[in-house]
Design a protein around this ligand. Sequence first.
Ligand SMILES: Cc1cc2nc3c(=O)[nH]c(=O)nc-3n(C[C@H](O)[C@H](O)[C@H](O)COP(=O)(O)O)c2cc1C
Length: 206
Amino acid sequence: MAAAAMMFAACCNKQEAATEVNTADMVMQNILNRKSVRSYNGDSIPADVMENLLRAAMAAPSGRDLRPWQIVVMTDKSQYETVFEGNFNMQKFMESGAVIILCADTTFTAPTRDNPDGPAVTQVNQMWRDDLGAVTENLLLAAEAYGLGACWTACYPYPDRMDPIKKALQLPSTVVPYAVVPIGYHDGTTQPKDKWDPARVHYNRW
Ligand SMILES: Cc1cc2nc3c(=O)[nH]c(=O)nc-3n(C[C@H](O)[C@H](O)[C@H](O)COP(=O)(O)O)c2cc1C
C-alpha cells in the first residue's frame, strides 16, 4: 500500500514536473516571439480579451507597491486625429483594434517615511517611469499570447506627443501619458529579432 502510494506520488510529481516544463517552454516562447507589429487588419478586440490584457498590465511589479498607473483605452477612431495630433504614425493607430494609453500619476499621497504617524502629504513618486515600463512590457507580452500585434510607442518625454493627449483627454496635472500602444490582429509576417548576445553577460565581475 505504501509502495503504491509512493509510486502514485512519484507519478504525480513527474506529471507536475512535466507541466512545469511545458509552462516554462510556453512562457519562454511567448517572450522570445514578442515583436513590434506596426500594421493591423482593423478588427476590434473582444471585451474579455481586452480585460485580460489590462489585467496583465496591472500585474506589473511596482516600487513601494504604489501602482501609479492609469490606463485609457481608446477605440473611437473619430477622436484619434485630435488626441494623437503631432508626430505619431497615424496609419498604425487607424488600423489597430484599440489604442491603449499608459499613464502614470507622478505623485502619491501618504504619511512621509520620516513621520509615519503624521498627516498624509503629496509626494513625488520617483519610480513611476520604472513601473510604467513594466506595465507596458506586460501588456505587450499578453498581446503576443493572444496572437495580437502591438507596438510600444513613446509618448513621454516628448512634449509634442504628450501635450495634445493631456489636453484632449483632460488628464489631471500630475498624470503623464507615458506610452501609447496600438494593438490589433495582424498577418503574422513580422518576425521577432534574436537579441541573445552572451558577450553582454558578465558573471561575478565585468
Ligand atoms: C521606450 C521605447 C520607445 C519606443 N518608441 C517607439 C516609437 O515611438 N515608435 C515605434 O514605432 N516604435 C517604438 N518602440 C519600439 C522599438 O522600435 C522596438 O522595440 C525595437 O525596434 C526592437 O524591436 P522589437 O520590439 O520588434 O524587438 C519603442 C520601444 C521602446 C522600448
